[in-house]
Design a protein around this ligand. Structure first.
Ligand SMILES: [Fe+2]
Ligand SMILES: [Fe+2]
Length: 292
């Protein structure tokens, strides 16, 4: 990463910009993220924005009432839910909903059926959250970092689909990772494209850097957040959330968990706890979707 930010080939800058114009996030989510950054905003301001988006409101209520939050009573209003979970949790929740909107379609370039990338991202986020509990203090929130690690796929998917033959041919060389093949064929890979987007959306620099290197953690220092983002990604694949070729040959694996100093026995506990949370959250959000 350079001091001036992520550098990407000029034609891709234009395409990524076009993408942002064509597929904006729901206005309510963008406004909410802005308000959450503003120290002066109140729960009242947040409610004013969110109450006009029934789909987002329904998702928030569903999440609040899911076993993941373990609240002692059922929550039936937006105000009640925001007061109970607090601003930090709301921040995470809004990120989760942003990711749901971004990732729930199919991504055929990456051989991911409808909902598969969304489930993969959520699984990585839940694993990231569990990893954060057992690793030394990190300057990033691993939940959000892991949730957004594959965001570059949303812009590269159609190009990857068009060039699938060329990419497949390169992958026959077993030394090459999927992201290496993307770079060779397209001049960019989804890790770089994602980091570029996140930088434009003003996400914190360590988070952007973790996304940038999530497929090349071996080149990073042992304390780099990229190692954790990479580990969360690999473990999400390992738990069966996405069988995309993107999982192939992430450099630095399989010794990634050792590199971050996690014992094998702790890893098993992390995976078991994550799996329960993933199922609870997916169940809550999918039941909202069925009613929409
Ligand atoms: Fe990836
Ligand atoms: Fe991934």
């Amino acid at each position: 990463m350079t001091a001036g930010g992520i550098s990407i080939p000029a034609p891709w800058k234009r395409r990524l910009l076009e993408y942002e114009l064509l597929a904006p996030l729901p206005a309510s989510l963008v406004q909410t993220l802005r308000l959450l950054k503003d120290q002066r905003s109140s729960v009242h301001d947040l409610i004013k924005v969110l109450q006009y988006d029934p789909a987002v409101t329904a998702d928030i209520l569903k999440l609040c009432n899911s076993p993941y939050y373990g609240l002692s009573r059922n929550v039936s209003s937006l105000k009640e839910s925001l007061l109970l979970i607090g601003t930090n949790e709301l921040h995470r929740m809004i990120h989760t909903l942003v990711a749901k909107r971004l990732f729930e379609r199919n991504f055929h370039g990456y051989e991911e059926e409808k909902g598969e990338l969304w489930r993969h991202s959520l699984a990585a986020a839940m694993i990231g959250e569990e990893l954060q509990k057992v690793v030394p203090r990190l300057e990033i929130d691993l939940f959000t970092t892991a949730l957004l690690h594959d965001v570059g796929k949303i812009v590269l998917d159609s190009e990857v689909k068009k060039c699938q033959g060329e990419i497949e041919a390169l992958l026959e060389d077993k030394e090459l990772s999927f992201s290496d093949a993307e770079t060779k064929v397209l001049g960019i890979n989804h890790a770089v494209a994602g980091a570029y987007l996140l930088e434009r959306w003003h996400l914190p620099e360590p988070l952007v850097e973790a996304v940038l290197y999530h497929h090349s953690p071996g080149e990073q220092a042992p304390s780099s957040p990229a190692l954790y983002a990479s580990l969360a990604n690999v473990l999400a694949h390992l738990l069966g959330f996405s069988a995309s070729k993107d999982a192939l040959l992430t450099k630095g694996y399989p010794d990634l968990y050792k590199a971050v100093g996690i014992q094998e026995s702790d890893l098993e506990k992390i995976l078991a706890r994550s799996l329960d949370k993933i199922h609870d959250t997916l169940e809550s959000l999918l039941s909202t979707q069925e009613k929409e």
